[in-house]
Design a protein around this ligand. Sequence first.
Ligand SMILES: Cc1cc2nc3c(=O)[nH]c(=O)nc-3n(C[C@H](O)[C@H](O)[C@H](O)COP(=O)(O)OP(=O)(O)OC[C@H]3O[C@@H](n4cnc5c(N)ncnc54)[C@H](O)[C@@H]3O)c2cc1C
Length: 479
Amino acid sequence: MEMPVPNAAVLSRKAEIVARLQTVLPQGAVIHQPRETHAYECDALTAYRCPPLAVVLPSSTEEVSAVLNICHDMGVPVVPRGSGTSLAGGALPTEDSVVLGVARLNDVLETDYDNRFIRVQSGRTNLSVSGAVEENAFFYAPDPSSQLACAIAGNIAMNSGGAHCLKYGVTTNNLLGVTLVLMDGTVIEIGGAHLDAGGLDLLGLICGSEGQLGVVTEATLRILHKPEGARPVLMGFDRNEVAGACVSDIIKAGVLPVAIEFMDRPCIRACEAHAGAGCPDCEALLIVEVEGSEAEIVHQLGLIMEIARNHNPVELRESKSEEESARIWLGRKAAFGAMGRINDYMCLDGVIPVSELAFVLRRIGEMSGEYGLDVANVFHAGDGNLHPLILFDANKPGDLETCEAFGADILKLCVEVGGCLTGEHGVGVEKRDLMLTQFSPADLEAQLRVKDVFDPDWLLNPAKVFPLRETATRRGEAA
Ligand SMILES: Cc1cc2nc3c(=O)[nH]c(=O)nc-3n(C[C@H](O)[C@H](O)[C@H](O)COP(=O)(O)OP(=O)(O)OC[C@H]3O[C@@H](n4cnc5c(N)ncnc54)[C@H](O)[C@@H]3O)c2cc1C
């Protein structure tokens, strides 16, 4: 994977840059010793690493503004970072960059149950947002599997989703406003504690912009009443195609489960060995969850189980208790950790029309044979968001490159069948060079012009999202 040549002039001024940053931040908030910056050299896409020039950990919007002002003044690239759980290399530093981590910005600023919103600093973890309102029977809906660790900042930058987003939508559907610091240190407010703001929909632009346009320091989020109850049903099938057809039929029937999750046999076996959640040993497994009052749950599950029975499931198990529900979910939630025990893996993220599920899974299986690398599938089936996990050996020369080529082919296949390069993990460095398979040069140019407006010097989050070759001229001119 190619990265731009670091700016030698910036590297040579490291001591001066660090000294200036230390003037606007408290002691301990500027990290610059190589043994300490090591911890920030990658995110969850650990195949790619690069220690940054320095790391700053501001505690307020004012401190973020002061840092950006200095970096802008000195021409230093800045990589915004939440918790570093990106699977697309979105928070990967460059050698000449300052990583701006928002982990210390983690306060709740305001909670308003009457108007159903919470305002938090952006470094607060996703799960702790729900934690802050659960006593009052509210919750924050987007639930990435990484929610214990990932920050609202990263969720906004990647427009993250999760198992329950089939019903509640992804981050953009639950975000009301942000405080954004521009690269020159200017602080702006976008949106607010209301459903729709006047003016252009800049909030829609910021959500999913992967740290390219500014640094989010505060966010106003929609919170919802907790449903009265929820219940999953576990379904096993002897063929992926049949499970895929069952998903299509559930969606077609007009029932709206909160989640439809899919795991294939390699994934089921790995999860069982790791978590022992009692999943059946079958070809494909679905977890379908519904929510509501007892009457609503019984009605919806009745319809869903009838559809499933038409597909001759080898297992159909409705949860009978809280403990059983937790066990059903345990297998799915353990998936990434379970695969990590077996081998190094790269987790892909593409979207396909649900109707293409069976075809795409079959093609991925064939490609696995062609590339000689195993693949396991676990994904949000209801919205067609695939997560093939390609297993490789990082210590075996050439394996990473083979894995990259295999991954690229899977993502191209997603686009070919009418889907999209990314569902929820973002583009980062991982899919950067595939952008032209999804967008025409004119489409991409429109996006580049937005970047030009917000970050004319091209200092924010370098080498992500846009193909290097297409942006070389812009970056060169800016430098
Ligand atoms: C085990 C595991 C499971 C996962 N499951 C899911 C899942 O179910 N759904 C899902 O969507 N994702 C999932 N992810 C991916 C990841 O957790 C999400 O992308 C998450 O939103 C990243 O948040 P973060 O705080 O760790 O951000 P980081 O990794 O630190 O950064 C991600 C991006 O956000 C930008 N950024 C960070 N802070 C700011 C800021 N303050 N202002 C502007 N830009 C900023 C960064 O520059 C980078 O481009 C998973 C990851 C792991 C490791």
